[in-house]
Write a protein that binds this ligand. Structure first.
Ligand code: NAD
Ligand code: IPM
Ligand code: MN
Length: 361
């Protein structure tokens, strides 16, 4: 077969700690299932605040041509807010990747995993199992606007939200397609058309229009405020949840938090047409509060690697990785499980444990 070429970019903070575990697990899966994968680790200082402090930029100038030569990007996390403002480090790296590589889908599972004590009362495995589909290239994340009359008492800022028909329709289509493939065939749309009176009614209008092409999919919509409440009060109700860039961002931290830890949550930043590399990363950030301690949960990164294999068609290997993650959570015990899930284990211990399970299960 063809070689799957992956650029590995660990980034800042716990990105540097969780990615070696993700790589070990991918290598274990590749070995067992004879997958021809090349994990290129020469991007050690790309998308790091260290690099920014030394060289004045998060990435070299030719980053796009360089990464374009890969099938995929396997990414850790970025951010060191004590040294570099977050909007500088993120807009200089991850957000550029998403936009320039037209990764317009952010796909984020929320699933209650075995062995995890759910923070919501009386939930069991199977009760929480849905996907957040987040618009990933436009919406509230625009850099169109500015500050006027700085330093005066007339000072103000304005920042535009962009919703193009093309951009809204393509994420809705992806979400409807996904819902249609699932047994429940249910799509929930996040809106706020009561308060945000132009862009959100437009979003609703496009949902209604797109629904006509998917008569077998059941659709409901909630304003984002009550939707966050329903994530906590009745997470069983959700199957596929689609939202704008900002709403999807919020829902994809809340959803995983309702399943025990954001440390286990993965995400795919997908260019479905494959014209550009897609990027797989944990949902979490660089976690400066625990960075350097070796206690980060590596499962978000490992599961992101699993999503990558699934995306490129290596289903058997991906299923085995998922099984290994589940067995580790259920049977690993307190010496293996990391502190975010109540254990006393560490990042390398849990990662190594999962890699071993991938080889032997
Ligand atoms: P964060 O996800 O980094 O951390 C939030 C909390 O969750 C912290 O208490 C952290 O210790 C904990 N946590 C996160 N991942 C964990 C893991 N794997 N195991 C155990 N605990 C974990 O979010 P934040 O604090 O808002 O942001 C910190 C920095 O990361 C900022 O610079 C932010 O901009 C950046 N960030 C980057 C990304 C990304 O690169 N995709 C995502 C979110 C935040
Ligand atoms: C995420 C992160 C990013 C986002 C930040 C770091 C810009 O929170 O991937 O969810 O808002 O998209
Ligand atoms: Mn986020």
């Amino acid at each position: 077969g063809k070689t799957l070429r992956v650029a590995v970019i660990p980034g800042d903070g716990i990105g540097q700690e969780v990615m070696p575990e993700g790589i070990a697990c991918l290598k274990a899966a590749a070995k067992r299932y004879d997958i021809d994968i090349q994990l290129d680790e020469k991007f050690q200082d790309w998308a790091t605040c260290d690099r920014y402090v030394k060289e004045g930029s998060m990435l070299p100038e030719n980053w796009k041509e360089t990464l374009q030569q890969y099938d995929s990007i396997y990414f850790g996390a970025v951010g060191d807010p004590a040294r570099v403002p977050d909007h500088i480090s993120l807009w200089g790296s991850l957000i550029q990747f998403r936009r320039e590589f037209d990764q317009y889908i952010s796909l984020r599972p929320c699933r209650l995993m075995p062995g995890i004590k759910c923070p919501l009362a009386d939930k069991k495995v199977g009760d929480i199992d849905f996907w957040v589909v987040r618009e990933n290239t436009e919406g509230e994340y625009s850099s169109i606007g500015g500050k006027m009359f700085p330093g005066t008492d007339r000072e103000f800022v304005v920042q535009d939200t962009i919703m193009t028909r093309h951009g809204v329709d393509r994420v809705l289509k992806y979400a409807f397609d996904l819902a249609q493939k699932r047994p429940r065939k249910k799509l929930t749309s996040a809106t706020k058309s009561n308060g945000i009176s132009i862009s959100m009614p437009y979003w609703d209008e496009r949902v209604k229009e797109m629904h006509q092409q998917y008569p077998d999919v059941e659709v409901d919509k909630y304003h984002i405020d009550i939707l966050t409440a329903f994530f906590v009060l009745r997470p069983e109700a959700f199957d596929v949840v689609v939202g704008s860039n900002l709403f999807g961002d919020i829902l994809s931290d809340l959803g995983p938090a309702c399943t025990g830890s954001i440390g286990v949550a993965p995400s795919g930043n997908i260019n479905p047409e494959g014209r550009f590399p897609s990027l797989f990363e944990p949902v979490h950030g660089s976690a400066p509060d625990i960075a350097g301690k070796g206690i980060a949960n590596p499962i978000g990164a490992i599961w992101a690697g699993q999503m990558m294999l699934m995306h490129y068609g290596y289903k058997e290997a991906a299923d085995k990785m998922m099984e290994a993650i589940e067995v580790a959570l259920e049977k690993g015990g307190p010496n293996v499980i990391t502190p975010d899930l109540g254990g006393k284990g560490d990042c390398a211990g849990l990662g190594g444990h999962i890699a071993k399970l991938i080889e032997t299960l």
